[in-house]
Design a protein around this ligand. Structure first.
Ligand code: SAM
Length: 243
């Protein structure tokens, strides 16, 4: 890896980025689900429904939901009968997720603290790997994609949903104004944490455009890599297959 990486708009060492991303999610964990609704006007629920419809989880198959946080995507897949391992680098996010799963009496979930860059799972362990709004926070993204490929079985499916900047000019300006001015203020009012939400906005702006990320998915060894941009690429569902 290069000497410096970006934490939002600030150049920092790779170790510092991982540490500061950890601090962001520990800080937001308790308010994360409420903030998702406020920041997206509830849209994240529709995006996650659409994402899971693309994954098509089947009863009994093993799915790794990486950077699974408080379990939103994992819950949707477990309801369809999949055996889902929710893995995340941040134990505070997973703890909130476990409590939510208990409250909903959801079976079929395993929770594990894992860094996406160096997974503790054996080769060829999973039928599908999902990562939603997680990969832009990972310090070494190519390493995480290679690990996704390694832990998938032959014929396994890779699915990622991530934000980037939109290329619809009017919408993009509107979104930028909302993201730069309103989201950090909501973060301050609701979670008393403006800085963490400023980081989240900056990291969205910096994430590669859909075609650039599609090339990274291909470089990690996936075939038939595809990008399905929504809202001009503000949110994109990426997919690929392991052979
Ligand atoms: N997937 C969930 C969702 O959509 O609601 C959570 C998304 S949240 C924006 C991003 C998650 O990525 C956080 O829970 C964070 O701890 C996790 N994360 C960041 N870096 C990671 C890494 N290197 N390995 C695993 N998880 C990581």
């Amino acid at each position: 890896m290069s000497d410096k990486v970006n934490f939002g708009d600030q150049p920092v060492s790779p170790e510092e980025k991982t540490r500061r991303v950890g601090a962001v999610f520990s800080s937001v964990a308790r308010r994360y689900d409420l903030m998702n609704d406020l920041m997206s006007g509830g849209m994240h629920r529709l995006w996650k429904d659409r994402f899971v419809a693309r994954v098509k989880p089947r009863a009994g198959e093993a799915i790794l939901d990486m950077a699974g946080g408080t379990g939103d995507v994992a819950f949707r897949m477990a309801k369809r009968g999949a055996r889902v391992t929710v893995a995340d680098i941040n134990a505070d996010m997973l703890e909130v997720g476990k409590q939510r799963a208990e409250a909903r009496s959801l079976p079929g979930l395993t929770w594990k603290v894992e860094n996406a860059e160096r997974l503790g799972f054996e080769d060829s362990s999973f039928d599908a790997y999902t990562i939603v709004f997680g990969i832009r926070n990972v310090t070494d993204i190519p390493a995480a994609l290679r690990e996704a490929n390694r832990v998938l079985k032959r014929g396994g499916r890779f699915f990622c949903m991530e934000f980037s900047s939109s290329d619809w000019p009017g919408f993009s300006n509107l979104y930028d104004a909302w993201a730069s001015n309103v989201i950090p203020r909501i973060g301050k009012a609701v979670a008393d944490d403006e800085e963490s939400y400023r980081y989240l906005v900056e990291s969205i702006r910096r994430f590669p455009r859909p075609n650039a990320f599609k090339s990274m998915v291909q470089d990690a060894g996936f075939i038939r890599a595809a990008a399905e941009p929504m809202l001009g690429g503000l949110v994109t569902i990426h997919s690929g297959w392991k052979i």
